[in-house]
Design a protein around this ligand. Structure first.
Ligand code: SF4
Length: 277
């Protein structure tokens, strides 16, 4: 179970992505999932370099398009543990429609977003989760747009596992990721992950003063929605909502009968091929 990679991360010292890399590796090890059975799919952004930094199968995709790739991998070989991993810009801007539909389909993958509330790789522009008033390179007079709320979005889409975690609480983060991986269905985890270089507002101190772990019935949708709306002096972290709805893979008549990995691959007969050509 050695997930230690040979390529060293080039993230800025102190970046919240380090804690997530370590938490994902730790979660996989503690769940007894071997590197040959784990795939991490990413989009584009600082965080999306993560698949290169560990000894698992990785697919570094294009901006915002990680979820269709992750879904296809899971459908082709359901024995794999598939983790999709990207940033807030990647997931809630370019990838919004994929986020909605993958949650609605309840594909059995874990989607972790490194939410630093800024575009880091492109050196500090406002992202979909940037706070109102934040001064960035693209908003020199302060951001005037209301930030999206990834948790209410996921709940509205029908996600069957919705959670928030914090890079400054690595052990809790690892436990949430473990639960997400164990969940049978689409597990969404929004990780508050300080960008120490370009976001001077949502820092480790900002979150440490605010995060708390609510004790509630995680199957209660109304209560989950109320918690998902909470953002201010108190910010809830942990599993916000979970249900046991059936996965797409169980409902789809073709996938539920036999996944592609178990099907016989038959060559196309020469006469059929020639006629086609
Ligand atoms: Fe992390 Fe921000 Fe540096 Fe990117 S720019 S590596 S998000 S600290």
């Amino acid at each position: 179970n050695d997930y230690k990679g040979r390529v060293r991360p080039d993230w800025c010292p102190g970046c919240g992505n380090f804690a997530q890399l370590s938490a994902i590796q730790g979660a996989l090890v503690e769940l007894g999932i071997e590197p040959k059975d784990a795939v991490v799919v990413s989009g584009i952004g600082c965080s999306s370099n993560l698949p290169e930094y560990a000894n698992w199968y990785g697919f570094h995709g294009i901006h915002g398009r990680l979820l269709p790739v992750a879904s296809a991998i899971k459908w082709a070989n359901p024995k794999l543990t598939v983790i999709a991993y990207g940033g807030d810009g990647d997931g809630f801007f370019e990838g919004t429609q994929h986020f909605y539909h993958t949650a609605k389909r309840n594909v059995d993958i874990t989607y972790i977003v490194s939410d630093n509330q800024i575009f880091g790789l492109t050196t500090g522009q406002a992202s979909p989760t940037s706070q109102i008033g934040m001064v960035t390179k693209s908003t020199p007079d302060g951001n005037v747009e209301k930030p999206v709320n990834p948790l209410t979005f996921a709940l509205a889409a029908g996600a069957t596992f919705v959670a928030r975690a914090f890079s400054g609480d690595a052990l809790h983060l690892k436990e949430v990721i473990k639960k997400g991986i164990q969940h049978k269905g689409f597990a969404f985890i929004d990780v508050m992950s300080p960008c120490v270089t370009y976001n001077k507002i949502n820092t480790y101190d900002f979150f440490r003063k605010r995060v708390y772990k609510p004790q509630h019935d995680t199957s209660n949708f109304e209560e989950a929605y109320r918690l998902a709306l909470e953002w201010g002096d108190r910010i809830p972290i942990g599993i916000i909502y979970e249900n046991t709805d059936k996965r797409y893979e169980e409902l789809d008549p073709v996938l539920s009968e036999k996944p592609p990995i178990e099907r016989e691959v038959r060559p196309i007969p020469q006469d059929v091929l020639e006629e086609f050509l």
